[in-house]
Design a protein around this ligand. Structure first.
Ligand code: AMP
Ligand code: MN
Ligand code: MN
Ligand code: MN
Length: 291
């Protein structure tokens, strides 16, 4: 039976991706995506272009965002979908969140200067099409092009991860606050790439419990950074917590991203897809019921 090819996670030049929203829409469509969402970090400025490009291609679209949250001292990413992109509290909350990035990026530049890498703040800023959204990815691209490392991943390992010279601690949104922004704008939320957080089992349980208690409904089960055993583990967690499952490549840039748009395996059969929520509105095929 045909399962819907949904890809609900990727980034454009409005955050740390390298392609414009319309170019991503075309790649998603070429990759066989039937339901798409652009989920820029802390930014929804690309939604109108993404939505219009998807419509022109006849591809179903839901609005999206990936919000940076601090939970138990760790950065957690919360995906939001299907919200009204003009809702004032969401718009203002994200705007405030982005504002914190500039001072952080300046601090990263100063930290890197102390290990002999000069001009990184200016360099990274020049790589960011959105001046409000300078991310570690932009520093990584600058350091690769300056010859300090051979690829973006190596820059993170040597310079940008916690404990490395370019890392600057930062306080992002609170979990409840981020969930309220999205839910208050009529959207739903999902925990992004849960296998990527360095939580103890107790902390992870707390994240899922608090997320659910605040009305969170989904978890990314199949995604570009999950290994097959992690897909199985979080499919089980989705069932345990009564959460719907999401699927997304987390595509950022050709040559940087391992997984092209639309090419991930289907969700495991035992979970209920997040997009079953939108079956009526998007006139999607009815979801396969769990056996
Ligand atoms: P920021 O929001 O500025 O802290 O940047 C986070 C972004 O850095 C993530 O969304 C990823 O795109 C990227 N990133 C994080 N860790 C790695 C890694 N190990 N290798 C490559 N990119 C990474
Ligand atoms: Mn990113
Ligand atoms: Mn993420
Ligand atoms: Mn992402």
């Amino acid at each position: 039976m045909h399962l819907l090819n949904a890809d609900l996670h990727c980034h454009s030049i409005c955050s740390d991706g390298s392609l414009a929203p319309a170019a991503l829409a075309q790649r998603a469509h070429d990759g066989g995506v039937e339901l798409w969402s652009l989920t820029d970090h802390d930014e929804i400025g690309g939604q109108a272009e993404a939505q219009a490009a998807a419509a022109a291609l006849g591809m179903a679209y839901v609005t999206g965002v990936e919000i940076s949250v601090t939970f138990a001292g760790e950065t957690v990413h919360i995906l939001g979908f299907g919200f009204d992109p003009h809702e004032p509290r969401l718009v203002q909350g994200l705007s405030r969140l982005r504002a914190g990035r500039t001072a952080r990026a300046q601090g990263m530049g100063e930290s890197l200067a102390r290990v002999g890498i000069h001009g990184a703040y200016e360099g990274a800023t020049a790589y960011a099409a959105n001046p409000e959204l300078v991310s570690r990815t932009h520093f990584a691209r600058f350091l690769v092009d300056q010859g300090h490392c051979s690829n973006v991943h190596e820059v993170f390992t040597r310079y940008l991860k916690e404990g490395k010279p370019g890392f600057v601690p930062h306080r992002w949104a609170g979990l409840g606050e981020a969930l309220d922004w999205v839910h208050g704008a009529g959207g739903v939320t999902a925990i992004a790439h849960p296998a990527r957080y360095r939580f103890t089992p107790t902390e992870e349980y707390a994240l899922f419990s608090e997320f659910q208690a605040h009305g969170g409904q989904g978890v990314e089960v199949t995604c570009g950074s999950h290994f097959p055993d992690e897909v199985t583990r979080y499919a089980d967690m989705a069932l345990e917590f009564g959460l719907l499952a999401s699927r997304g490549s987390d595509f950022h840039a050709p040559g940087e991203s391992r997984v092209p748009l639309g090419s991930l395996p289907d969700l495991p059969g035992k979970v209920t897809p997040l997009w079953s929520l939108w079956a009526d509105r998007l006139s999607l095929p009815a979801p396969a019921s769990a056996a």
